[in-house]
Design a protein around this ligand. Sequence first.
Ligand code: AMP
Length: 417
Amino acid sequence: MNFQAPEGTHDITPEQVVLWNRLEKAAREMFGRFGYEEVRTPIFEYTALFHKSSGETTDIVEKEMFTFGDPEDKKGTYSLRPELTPGTIRALIEGQLFAKKNFWKVWYLGPAFRKERPQKGRYRQFTQIGVEAMGSSDPLVDAETMVLFAEILKAVGVTAWELRINSIGCKECRPTYREALKAYIQPLLGTLDENCQRRFERNVFRILDCKVDAEKLKDAPKAMDHLCPQCKAHMAVVEKALQSCGVPYRVDPRIVRGLDYYTRTVYEFSSSALGSQNALAGGGRYDTLVGSMGGPDVGSVGFAAGVERILLAMGGEAPPPAPDFYAVAAGDVARDEVFKTVMALRRAGLSGDMDFEGRSVKAQMRSANKAAARYALFIGPEEALKGAVKVKDMKDGAEQTVSLDEAVQKLQGGKTS
Ligand code: AMP
């Protein structure tokens, strides 16, 4: 019987992990450069956390969570996290980190789970990488998160991306916009799909997110036309900062984001290199969320990006890094002698391998070539006796028999990185 991975999950094979590591390394470096610290939280939380934060009426919470545990339990059921923002905020509040400083810039990377219909770029287990900057209402922080993600994309060579931004206002100006939107949609309601009809009372803004009836809604009132002076000023600073950093963007009134907690700035990065699931990252400001979860009343902004989608945009696979050496057991040398030499080289900081399948010298040389090793090392009975190795430079074919110490020096000198 052959086992299969559960629907909507995928494996990261050694061929794919090279790109993954490249992305993770570039992101870590960029987060450090921008002053963000790493946090790690559990992959499941009490279900109530997501109801409170992500929002009861969102698709994610309504239909897409993997929930388990005993509903009779006093503390309720658990859910695998569909996103990482709620757990991150909970961790900072629970750990009383705001007592230490008011402004936290954190980042995370880890699996998220949504019971969605799987397709290319849309999985039931996927990986999110993201940031949360909590404790400031400064619009420059909104811009900083966007510049940061653009820099990560640049660092990994993804160029075909687009940034669309919008402002959905605050608790002062949102109600007026809500009414204007409802008045516009009311007469169309009977013609909209079932999902949108449900959203009308519960969360009318989400109707703008509708993929089915987009055409019917193209003239809907825009949040940007209903902003209060403070929200307008906020948006102006965000736009100016993006312009001054040379980050291209487009204002798009249809960006509303799928989660309930956003205020003011919302944004989405997408890529034309992907198919229908083309969103690379989504983010925005959430000025009331931390306070509503029992934390201080502070303004915050963040984004979450899909690692698998960025990898798709990076394209294909990459060869693993070439090792410094491949040790060939020549003649009828005792293999533990080769093993000893390989270990000494590895302890000296060199990377490389040897044959563990008892193959011929020719076959071992094929492995050295296939791995693109910088040097092939031959260890025969004679070399083993003298503690020496025959070093073959795989670039020019030159061979030299040297002591182990000399070999270490030579190989270290030949390192490319
Ligand atoms: P969201 O908060 O839903 O906008 O998610 C943020 C990012 O996570 C998206 O822009 C995608 O790149 C990624 N993402 C969301 N859902 C999935 C999924 N089911 N499979 C793969 N990536 C996803």
